[in-house]
Design a protein around this ligand. Structure first.
Ligand code: AMP
Ligand code: ZN
Length: 488
């Protein structure tokens, strides 16, 4: 079994080799906490959660950081415009700190509702200001920074590999420069490490610029705040070290944000920032980009209002591959919801079958027991292969359809439990925890109904079935047996 990922650094699918045997350090660029995330934002976190799960399934000990951008992300990635947090604060009549706290909590709740494994560290940019200033100081001492009227910038022309990661054509970037190009910058691609609070303004989030970072000493402190890219480099360095195993983000991060992270970290530390870079593609909605003006930036709450749970959405996302552009439609979400419902009903069979039959290992070739022994392996192999979730789902459907058409007597309870455990641990769909056994009372009603049926007392049998239905349980009569399922 080989774990493989498409690595943006090499532009090919590479076998994964951790730098420290059995241990993985991994960093995910997290949310800017100025507003609610839309479902497109969540898509990538769902894929990265599967990444964590497949690393664990491969026996790696995972040390993972997600950062929270709570300062410095400007409305334009080119270091111009307003700080998104300060803008959110004005919109809601709160401080930037209150906005950050509110949307950070909302993000954490979203993570929980989507069944994500929590990272070892959630790191807020504002908690790492000294580390960010240290990094600027290192870059300054190596001659890679310069100061202009609105801040301290990284001189990308001095980092000769700057264009390599994203295969940038810097000349054409220059030609395409729009109004946001700051004429004081030495190169269009130069980016802010530290921005000064504009004279006469007071920001909610600002820190005194250490005087040794400034060209000229002043009596009054010059207040400022970090540029967006710097936090990731400083947090990685502080919590995971100079070189990490895996770095993840959205494809939009490649040309600017990750390119800049690489420039800062690799100049400051003199070693490679990350051995593997994974990037997820974007989600469209009904074929259109997600945008405020189209009003299509659905949130998890919007889906809930239409009757779809976060796990229905998780199933929808897993149906696509992380490197392909996704297209969200409510019909697609409905079919994901149906699929999850059917899978849950297969999961309930573990309460209705018994381990009286032989185990998978010593069954004879004539018996009709459904074998799922190989299925768990196949699911893991599909995900091992560059997070092949669509293939994993296909394998599960195939196994479940065999189980569905088997009689209860031919389903090995322990084998089914093992399969469900594999699905839950790798895909996080919570099939087991969402399908508890029914109560003893409900079981008694089912037995009474079976008895009424054998007595051909149809009216009593129908009454009992309705009674069960009112508690959310459907009884289904097959040729030879009665199976219960959840209504929804
Ligand atoms: P934003 O809040 O717009 O800066 O988005 C934060 C991050 O979410 C981006 O950097 C992307 O990586 C990701 N993202 C934004 N829009 C989408 C989308 N439509 N589909 C998937 N990911 C997205
Ligand atoms: Zn980042």
């Amino acid at each position: 079994m080989t774990l493989k990922f498409h690595n943006t650094l090499t532009n090919q699918v590479d076998e994964f080799v951790a730098q420290n045997n059995g241990k993985v350090t991994i960093y995910t660029c997290g949310p800017t906490v100025y507003d609610y995330p839309h479902i497109g934002n969540w898509a990538s976190y769902i894929y990265w959660d599967v990444l964590i799960r497949i690393l664990i399934a491969n026996d790696y000990e995972v040390n993972r950081v997600i950062n929270i951008t709570d300062v410095g992300h400007l409305t334009s990635d080119a270091d111009e415009g307003e700080d998104k947090l300060e803008k959110g604060a004005k919109r809601e009549g709160k401080t930037a700190w209150e906005i950050a706290a509110f949307y950070t909590e909302d993000f954490m709740n979203g993570m929980k509702s989507l069944g994500m494994i929590m990272p070892q560290h959630i790191a807020k940019a504002t908690d790492y200001i000294p580390q960010q200033l240290d990094m600027i100081s290192k870059l300054k001492s190596k001659g890679f920074t310069y100061q202009i009227s609105d801040g301290i910038y990284f001189d990308t022309s001095k980092f000769t590999r700057y264009a390599d990661f994203a295969h940038l054509k810097l000349g054409s970037q220059m030609a395409g420069a729009r109004v946001e190009f700051n004429p004081e910058k030495h190169n269009n691609s130069d980016f802010a490490l530290w921005k000064f609070t504009p004279t006469g303004e007071k920001r909610d989030m600002e820190w005194a610029t250490p005087t040794d970072l400034l060209d000229n000493q002043t009596d009054d402190a010059i207040m400022g705040f970090p540029g967006w890219h710097l936090e990731c480099s400083a947090i990685i360095m502080a919590l995971l070290g100079e070189t990490i195993d895996i770095h993840t983000g959205g494809i939009d991060h490649i040309p600017v944000h990750h390119t800049n992270e690489i420039a800062q970290s690799e100049v400051a530390n003199g070693v490679r920032l990350s051995n593997y870079w994974l990037h997820s593609n974007h989600l469209k909605i009904n074929g259109s980009k997600i945008s405020k003006s189209l009003g299509n930036g659905y949130r998890l709450d919007d889906l809930a209002q239409k009757g779809f749970s976060p796990l229905d959405y998780r199933m929808f996302i897993l149906q696509g591959h992380y490197r392909n552009e996704g297209n969200f439609t409510f019909e697609g979400l409905q079919s994901a919801k149906n699929r999850l419902h059917n899978w849950r009903n297969i999961a309930t069979l573990r309460h209705q079958t018994h381990d009286t039959i032989q185990s998978d290992n010593d069954r004879n070739t004539n018996d009709k027991t459904v074998s799922t022994y190989a299925t768990s392996r196949a699911i893991i192999e599909a995900i091992d292969d560059d997070l092949g979730t669509p293939e994993a789902l296909r394998i599960i459907d195939e196994a479940f359809s065999r189980i569905n058409s088997a009689s209860l007597a031919n389903i090995n309870q322990q084998a089914l439990i093992n399969l469900l455990e594999t699905i839950d641990s790798t895909l996080g769909l919570q099939l087991m925890s969402s399908t508890p056994d029914i109560t003893d009372d409900a079981k008694r009603l089912i037995l009474e109904r079976n008895h009424a049926r054998t007595q051909k007392d149809w009216s009593r049998s129908d009454k009992l079935r309705d009674q069960l239905l009112s508690t959310g349980i459907i009884v289904r009569d097959t040729n030879s047996e009665v199976i219960w399922e959840y209504k929804d």
